[in-house]
Design a protein around this ligand. Structure first.
Ligand code: DC
Length: 229
């Protein structure tokens, strides 16, 4: 058994980052952290409390963050971990349209990014971690032992998101989803603070035509080649 490592997974929205990150964590018996869920939790709190975040100072945003605790709790039914915002399970709500429409803007705020990055770095102190997001390999863990950058055909990404929402009984249209993904990609790659970009030492995985098991085998092979497992 080699030493536990940090695996950083970055990429565009709806590229299946969390799916492979979760499967990988299960296989390696590692902790999995979905950092998008953290930004979504903060966004939900801001929406629910009608906070005028666009006109809030950095100090004000910091004091809002002081009122927020985000944790993860294992759900035996789904066998995944749910996002808990101040003791309330918000897993369903943070994936909804309202949050999806604002999260890429809210997550641009410097005070929010600073706080989230610091929490994420704490989660990696003991290593043995798979973390997915937009700035994990570039900002949160620039020294991660393995960095993956996921991509997929935009049409396939939109179809996946559509299927995911449909399976949860949520109404949407492919066009609407494509538009939302386009806006989020733009915001995520053009923001000032920690924009999404491929780390120079990240390995790209285009999973347009790969299922979960194929992706998992691909990563495990990579870990073996690099003598990281
Ligand atoms: O992974 P996701 O789609 O659930 O992420 C939601 C949003 O959060 C996404 O539009 C960008 C933002 N995000 C970020 O800025 N940095 C991260 N590390 C993770 C997510």
């Amino acid at each position: 058994m080699t030493k536990p490592i940090i695996i950083a997974i970055d990429g565009y929205s709806s590229c299946g980052k969390s799916t492979i990150a979760r499967a990988l964590a299960k296989r390696l018996n590692y902790v999995f952290v979905d950092t998008g869920a953290m930004y979504r939790g903060v966004s939900l709190y801001i929406l629910r409390n009608n906070i005028d975040w666009q006109n809030s100072s950095e100090k004000e945003v910091e004091s809002i963050l002081d009122k927020i605790t985000i944790t993860f709790e294992y759900n035996a039914e789904t066998k995944n971990s749910d996002t808990i915002l101040n003791d309330e399970n918000v897993e369903e709500e943070i994936r909804g349209k309202e949050v999806s429409e604002v999260v890429s803007q809210i997550s641009q705020l410097r005070a929010i990014r600073t706080r989230m990055v610091s929490l994420q770095q704490k989660a990696g102190l003991k290593k043995g971690l798979v973390m997915d997001g937009r700035d994990i390999g570039t900002k949160v863990f620039p020294k991660a032992e393995l960095k993956l950058f996921m991509t997929a055909d935009p049409k396939i990404r939109a179809q996946r998101r559509f299927n995911e929402l449909k399976s949860k009984g949520k109404e949407s249209s492919i066009e609407e989803i494509e538009e939302n993904l386009k806006i989020r990609d733009y915001n995520d790659t053009h923001r000032e603070e920690h924009p999404l970009k491929k780390a120079i030492d990240a390995i790209e995985l285009d999973n347009s035509y790969l299922d979960k098991d194929e992706q998992l085998s691909w990563v495990i092979r990579l870990l073996n080649e690099k003598k990281l497992s």
